[in-house]
Design a protein around this ligand. Structure first.
Ligand SMILES: C[S@@+](CC[C@H](N)C(=O)[O-])C[C@H]1O[C@@H](n2cnc3c(N)ncnc32)[C@H](O)[C@@H]1O
Length: 418
């Protein structure tokens, strides 16, 4: 169909002359509007989104000599945002916002639990591409900017996100919220505080971070987070959990923080893993019964030869391993085979040389994981679209949450939420 409008019309390439905003949220505004077309949140984005739509239709009709009707364009766009692998569930039962969204690990799990995402922020352009290909929505950019925060609708039940870990100032150790100013955690607290000031506090906050947050800055960082939530009226639970206990063959420890509005909390307990029948384990002594998966479960058949590492790179790895054994310096590499119980942690730097997880191959140099295997290792479903380069995808999956861990924790949260 020639006379067609697509979401990509809104990314400013074609319409530079008409749109000269420096901080371009156009695609985010339009996709958020379309995604909320069937609920009240639509009003929040409507004026601006309809304005953009009108300008594009006008432009195409005038300059490209087409004859597009606005309502037809709207129908085309509505179809486009919903024609994705992971659309909003039909009969959703709660609403959430997805901050520091990456490629949507939280969104995947919360949608599976019947949630509707009404706002997303992620400033990395490549993660935005992956996010949109899978969920149909382009995230808003820098969350520290007032212009971004002003787009956040008020009616969400859950705030989730994995904010980067930064030290807080020691200046006035008793002030909590104010002490966090200048960090990304401050922006999370600020968004929560605005809802409190509006007399409509968020019920639950669900955050993920590196395990190092626990002892970061001698424990000051976590203490400040807990005190800030406490001051805002929330009870905080936190727990370090390992993906290998949640049906994934990856040794990945992360800290999870759940903060409940004091008046809304009943009783929340972190699940520590799942057993061989996918039942949730709460007892640390039973963790040993957790489902045992094997690295072979995430491997794909016939990976491309390009993932096999070069003789030069392999020789370097072997040399450093030898040095490490002899002198205790240099670093080694970690290799696994299909019978290994789990790999080491995949991190955002995996794209560099893959030394943290190499797969042994008979009669050949070991190989890196393929992007699809990296997705499997974080529990993403097979139909998750990977629209970016290998390097970008390794960064994205390395940064991501393990979806089944988020899913299991959130199922426990949901039991009290509804
Ligand atoms: C640890 S990753 C979170 C990954 C995510 N949980 C997932 O499942 O893919 C943190 C993300 O925060 C994003 N980020 C950092 N600062 C930001 C900011 N000021 N505004 C928006 N996003 C930001 C980074 O680009 C990164 O993707």
């Amino acid at each position: 169909m020639k006379e067609k409008i697509t979401i990509d019309e809104f990314d400013g390439k074609k319409f530079k002359i008409r749109f000269v905003e420096e901080d371009d949220n156009r695609k985010a505004v339009v996709t958020h509007y379309l995604h909320n077309y069937h609920n009240g949140v639509k009003d929040h984005f409507e004026e601006e989104a309809v304005g953009y739509l009108k300008q594009i239709v006008e432009y195409k009709n005038e300059e490209e000599k087409l004859n597009i009707l606005e309502d037809v364009a709207l129908q085309q766009l509505l179809f486009e945002v919903e024609d994705v692998p992971f659309p909003t569930p039909q009969n959703y039962t709660f609403k959430f916002i997805d901050l520091f969204a990456g490629i949507g690990g939280f969104r995947m799990a919360l949608q599976n639990s019947g949630g509707k995402c009404i706002f997303t922020s992620e400033w990395d352009k490549f993660s935005q591409i992956t996010y949109r290909a899978n969920f149909g929505e382009t995230p808003f950019g820098d969350i520290t900017k007032e212009s971004t925060k002003s787009y956040i609708p008020q009616e969400f039940d859950v705030l989730c996100g994995g904010f980067p870990c930064q030290p807080f100032s020691h200046a006035g150790l008793k002030k909590g919220f104010e002490d966090t100013r200048g960090t990304l955690f401050f922006d999370v607290a600020d968004i929560i505080n605005r809802r409190i000031e509006n007399g409509n506090p968020v019920r639950v906050i669900f955050l993920e971070n590196v395990k190092g947050l626990k002892n970061h800055d001698k424990g000051n960082t976590l203490r400040t987070i807990i005190r800030t939530f406490d001051d805002l009226g929330y009870n905080v639970s936190h727990e370090v959990l390992n993906s290998k206990n949640f049906g994934l063959p990856q040794n990945r420890e992360r800290i999870f923080i759940v903060a409940w509005l004091r008046e809304a909390e009943r009783e929340f307990k972190f699940p520590l893993g799942i057993d061989t029948n996918d039942n949730v384990i709460f007892d640390p002594k039973n963790i040993i019964k957790a489902k045992t998966t094997k690295v072979g479960d995430i491997l794909t058949k016939n990976p491309d030869a390009k993932y096999t590492i070069s003789d030069k790179l392999y020789a370097g790895h072997l040399r450093r391993r030898k040095e490490h054994a002899e002198k205790g310096n240099g670093f080694g590499f970690s290799s696994f085979n299909k019978n290994s119980t789990y790999t080491s942690t995949i991190s955002a730097r995996y794209y560099k040389d893959g030394s943290e997880i190499l797969i042994e191959q008979e009669g050949e140099n070991p190989r890196k994981l393929t992007p699809r295997e990296a997705a499997n290792l974080q529990g993403y479903p097979d139909n998750f679209v990977i629209p970016v380069s290998d390097n970008q995808s390794y960064k994205q999956f390395g940064n991501s949450v393990s979806v089944p861990v988020i899913q299991t924790i959130f199922n426990e949260i949901k039991r009290q939420l509804l």
